[in-house]
Structures are given as structure tokens and as C-alpha cells.
Ligand binder design. Structure first.
Ligand code: ZN
Length: 98
């Protein structure tokens, strides 16, 4: 999540600078970067594991979190079939600097 936020900020800055300088920015490069950011967000762990072995799975399409021992066959919200594990495997130390 942190990496995705950092890259969104960087891309936003690039767009602002491209606008102000009139230099422009290749649309396809922006599209590729957005695709990478999307992947980072989809895979980003965001939930502390529950006790009792339950895990959390985030729908790749709509972001809905489903609890269970395994990923559901279909997302209850949108019917999507692709899920990413959304558990935090261990506490992360987040830097306040930057
Ligand atoms: Zn879904």
C-alpha cells in the first residue's frame, strides 16, 4: 500500500510538471504505471489475520474482503473469481520519514 501511494504521488507530480512545462507525458507510459499501481493495490495486505486460522481474501475486481479458511469460488459482491491474500503476515514497521 505504501509503495502504491508513493507511486501515485510520483505519477501525479509527473503529470503536473508535464502540464506546467508543456513537455507532455506519454499516455502509454502513464497507463503502464497505473497498471503496476493497480497490481500493487490488489496485492497489498491490509488486514491483520484473525485468530482461529481464518484468512482474508480481497477480490481483484471490486476489493471486497472475504473471510474464510480459503478463498471463495466467487466474490459475493461482484462475482469475481480472482482473489489476493490480504492478510498481514507480520507487523510492519512503517517509517514516518519520507
Ligand atoms: Zn468482487
Amino acid at each position: 500500500m505504501q509503495e502504491a501511494m508513493r507511486r501515485i504521488d510520483a505519477l501525479t507530480q509527473q503529470l503536473i510538471e508535464a502540464d506546467q512545462s508543456g513537455a507532455g507525458l506519454e499516455a502509454i507510459a502513464v497507463a503502464h504505471e497505473l497498471g503496476r499501481i493497480r497490481q500493487l493495490l490488489a496485492e497489498a495486505p491490509a488486514v491483520i489475520p484473525a485468530t482461529g486460522g481464518q484468512r482474508h481474501f480481497r477480490c481483484e475486481s471490486c476489493g471486497t474482503i472475504t473471510h474464510g479458511a480459503a478463498a471463495p469460488a466467487r466474490c459475493a459482491q461482484c462475482g469475481g473469481k480472482t482473489f489476493f491474500s490480504a492478510d498481514l503476515e507480520q507487523p510492519r514497521v512503517e517509517s514516518a520519514g519520507g
